[in-house]
Design a protein around this ligand. Structure first.
Ligand SMILES: O=C1O[C@H]([C@@H](O)CO)C(O)=C1O
Length: 545
């Protein structure tokens, strides 16, 4: 079945947290419309860029784009940007059921509000390993008042202008900024604006709800909870999870989870749904929504104060949740037992030519002006640096616990060429930032594939001992995974999807600062490229309709 969408993308003033901001909307909405489909459907999104003065590209997060690598929507990798006034057609198959996302993948445009969910249901004759009465999607975000342009300028300037902590947290596009903190310019902040009334989730007592929770924060790691209720985790990034129960679920930017919520508490009142920042020292107020037990009035405030979420600095409990996520026993896809290649990626913050950057093995990615996919298919060897980045760092001598100068760090647009149909292990190694006693959480997202998560650990990865502790029995597959502060995360990938794929930190500013690598595999197997992805850089003269 084909599902056609016609989207017009444009700026509009919106007040998702009561503060008026120029927001990128789809057909007037932010978050954008939810794409609802069934496994096997073909999605066709006809996009019109009405941003007037800005390029655009949209990524379908978690969709592997098998046979359509040119529809991945990553500017500089799989396509040229969509010019103001132009139309672009994304066409792809949603081959697996699950909860996925979409968002802008050009500059910092996601920050401006271009994001939404993709929900792929199982065919009607297929049952899932859990039951529920109703399905709801909840998309979490953090929200800044500065424009994408101010943020991007700060990040790429000397002196460096950091984006800072977000002003608010949004639940389904709604949050609450304290207007008394903002300037007194009339109309900029209005606490009574209906656009920022809290999101209300109404439940019928006794029923079970599948909440599909996705996070598209620009910076924050988040904890989500429902006052007085437990959540049973059943799906992660489109894969069934061996169920486990939590009070709060930690969710990193780019991840999705399904949790089951039983409306089994005192039904004479409402409850708070709460999100709070973890991992970074928060200065953002908690995000609140209302869990409304029918037939109470949806706006009746819960009689008790919102619970406080988990402590932001409790890394151990976040690591414990990471360990708890295992493949559902009836849905295990076993990983290959050995890998053909191991790439260790040391995550560092450093300065290059006076600019703040993030690097992997001392290389900070700059996207080329000619998309890799086109450059590789047409053999345009001068379109990017042909020297691949290193597979390792000097792990014998590098102290991940101290501020390192990394004087040899460079910027490059070189890529990793992976052999097609091989097994590659990726070890993400975290380290200290340029601040003393500080290491951050990075959510890493892979395009075009899911990976097995073989393990997590504290400190420096031990090439000899740690692989012996890998979980090869029931590892979960995901497309986004955290590397915890001062820790490591080990992943296994099968390079079975021809194309060119980003693997990057999903913190928008970190990606912008170079925290990304690019994997090519089997590009010679990619079919004829649509000319609509061309027209920029070295493909300027190439035909565009
Ligand atoms: O990339 C970052 O820069 C700042 C800080 O390290 C320097 O201002 C921060 O918190 C980041 O995550």
């Amino acid at each position: 079945r084909y599902r056609h969408y016609k989207w017009e993308v444009k700026y509009q003033y919106k007040s998702p947290d009561c503060f008026k901001k120029l927001t990128i909307s789809i057909n007037g909405r932010s978050p954008g419309p939810t794409i609802l489909a069934q496994q096997g459907d073909t999605i066709v999104v006809e996009l019109k860029n009405s941003l007037l003065t800005e390029n655009l590209a949209v990524h379908w997060h978690g969709i592997r784009q098998i046979g359509s690598p040119w529809s991945d929507g990553t500017e500089g990798v799989t396509q040229c940007p969509i010019l103001p006034g132009d139309n672009f057609i994304y066409k792809f198959v949603v081959d697996r059921p699950g909860t996925y996302l979409y968002h802008a993948h050009y500059g910092l445009q996601k920050e401006a509000g271009l994001y939404g969910s993709i929900i792929v249901s199982v065919p009607s004759n297929v049952s899932e390993p859990f039951t529920y009465d109703y399905d709801h999607s909840i998309i979490l975000n953090d929200w800044y008042h500065k424009s994408t342009h101010e943020q991007a300028t700060g990040l790429s300037s000397i002196p460096f202008g950091w984006v800072g902590e977000p002003q608010s947290l949004l639940i389904n596009g709604r949050g609450k900024f304290n207007c008394s903190l903002s300037s007194l310019v009339a109309g900029v902040c209005n606490a009574l604006n209906p656009e920022c009334s809290p999101y209300v989730l109404t439940v019928i007592p006794g029923k079970t709800y599948r909440l599909r929770i996705g996070s598209l924060t620009s910076l924050s790691a988040i904890s989500f909870g429902m006052q007085g209720h437990n959540l049973t985790v059943v799906e992660a990034d489109g894969h069934y999870v061996e169920p486990f129960v939590v009070k709060n679920i930690y969710i990193y930017s780019g991840e999705t989870y399904s949790v089951l919520l039983k409306a089994n508490q005192d039904s004479s009142r409402n409850y708070w749904a709460i999100t709070n920042v973890v991992s970074r020292k928060p200065s953002t107020p908690n995000g609140l929504a209302i869990l409304n037990y029918h037939p109470n009035h949806p706006e009746k405030l819960p009689p008790t104060i919102p619970p406080t979420g988990p402590l932001w600095s409790d890394t151990a409990s976040r690591l414990a949740q990471s360990f708890a996520i295992k493949a559902h026993r009836g849905h295990i896809t076993a990983p290959p037992l050995k890998s053909d290649r191991v790439i260790v990626l040391l995550n560092t913050q450093n300065k290059i030519d006076g600019f703040f950057k993030w690097s992997l093995n001392n290389v900070s990615l700059t996207l080329p002006h000619t998309p890799y996919l086109v450059a590789l298919k047409f053999n345009l060897t001068d379109a990017f640096d042909q020297t691949p980045p290193p597979d390792n760092y000097d792990s014998m001598n590098y102290d991940i616990f101290s501020v390192a100068k990394n004087v040899n760090a460079t910027s490059s647009n070189g890529i990793y060429r992976l052999k097609f149909n091989t097994t590659v292990d990726i070890i993400l190694q975290n380290a200290n930032t340029m601040t003393v006693n500080n290491s951050e959480t990075h959510p890493w997202h892979l395009h075009g594939h899911d990976f097995w998560i073989l393990g997590y650990g504290n400190g420096k990865f031990d090439m000899k001992r740690d692989p012996q502790k890998y979980n090869l029995l029931n590892p979960i597959m995901k497309n986004t995974v955290p590397v915890h502060p001062y820790g490591w995360t080990a992943l296994r990938i099968q390079t079975n999807n021809p194309g060119v794929w980003l693997f990057h930190c999903h913190i928008e500013s970190h990606f912008y600062m170079g925290m990304s690598v690019v994997f090519e595999a089997g590009v010679e197997k990619v079919g004829k490229l649509p000319s609509t992805i061309m027209g920029c850089g070295k493909t300027r003269g190439f035909h565009r309709p």
